[in-house]
Design a protein around this ligand. Structure first.
Ligand SMILES: [Zn+2]
Ligand SMILES: [Zn+2]
Length: 270
């Protein structure tokens, strides 16, 4: 153990000497984003209903008219609320998220999770029983080497309740289908189709914890009457979060909230 710690420190020292960390915005040495530049990113003070994106609602809760629409179809909304932490800006948030995901800098998960936590606290979203990150397909996970939503979730759990981290459960949901990235699809209906049934309850979770049935009963028991917070990095139409929320609700979760760093507005053909 001592040797592993020592080697890790040595490796960090060498990397730090060869590739010193600079603020991505002002180049100041020390952090990926320095304190001054972090202060320039402000939390969105107003939240809207996650479905119609029009009605202003406290903590991004579903608005009465969208609730009625779901009730009319005999359904319940898959997300009870969605916190969008900051504005999606090319110069700020989008750059940080891009470096996090595509320049493979997992350390950016800490400042990004801090932004989400500030928004959750500002809007008084109730604390959940669990935090569940949106899973990646195993193929994409192998390619990236980490799940960005899981890193955000783990950092968030420590920031929200210091010393008593909230449980982060990464093995309830699995991504069954390898799909085209939502960013590449420019049509609203196609996006919804693309994510339909992409998630499922993890059968291996059941097998790890019991030799009997594989009916996911352990997950169902754990979710019963619980409040879940789903974490994703960026959302656009919300389809991915809605689909994950639908599975969690059908497995017994009482409330499903979502939180993302930002929501990207792109003009989609509806
Ligand atoms: Zn800076
Ligand atoms: Zn609405």
């Amino acid at each position: 153990m001592f040797i592993i710690n020592y080697l890790e420190k040595l490796q960090n020292f060498i990397l730090d000497t060869l590739f010193p960390i600079h603020c991505l915005f002002c180049q100041k040495y020390g952090d990926w984003i320095c304190e001054e530049c972090a202060k320039k990113i402000s939390i969105l003070p107003i939240q809207v209903c996650p479905y119609c994106e029009k009605a202003i609602s406290p903590a991004g809760r579903i608005c009465p008219s969208c609730k009625d629409k779901f009730l009319g179809k005999n359904e319940i909304g898959p997300l009870d609320a969605l916190i969008v932490s900051a504005k999606y800006e090319k110069s700020g948030i989008s750059r940080l998220v891009h470096c996090f995901k595509y320049n493979f800098i997992p350390d950016l998960g800490t400042p990004l999770a801090k932004i989400i936590s500030e928004a959750i606290i500002f809007h008084n979203l109730p604390l959940p029983d669990f935090i569940i990150p949106i899973p990646l397909h195993s193929r994409r996970l192998r390619w990236r080497g980490f799940n960005q939503s899981e890193i955000l979730a783990k950092n968030l759990s420590e920031i929200l309740t210091p010393g008593f981290p909230l449980s982060v459960i990464s093995n309830f949901l699995i991504r069954k289908k390898y799909t085209t990235a939502q960013m590449k699809i420019k049509n609203y209906q196609e996006r919804q189709k693309n994510v339909k049934n992409i998630f499922g309850l993890n059968k291996d979770f059941q097998n790890q914890h019991s030799n009997h049935s594989s009916d996911n009963s352990k997950i169902r028991v754990a979710l019963q009457d619980k409040t879940v917070l789903l974490i994703d990095d960026i959302s656009t139409t919300g389809s991915t979060l809605f689909e994950a929320g639908r599975i969690l609700k059908s497995a017994g979760a009482k409330k499903v909230f979502g939180a993302v760093i930002a929501r990207q507005e792109i003009s989609l053909k509806k």
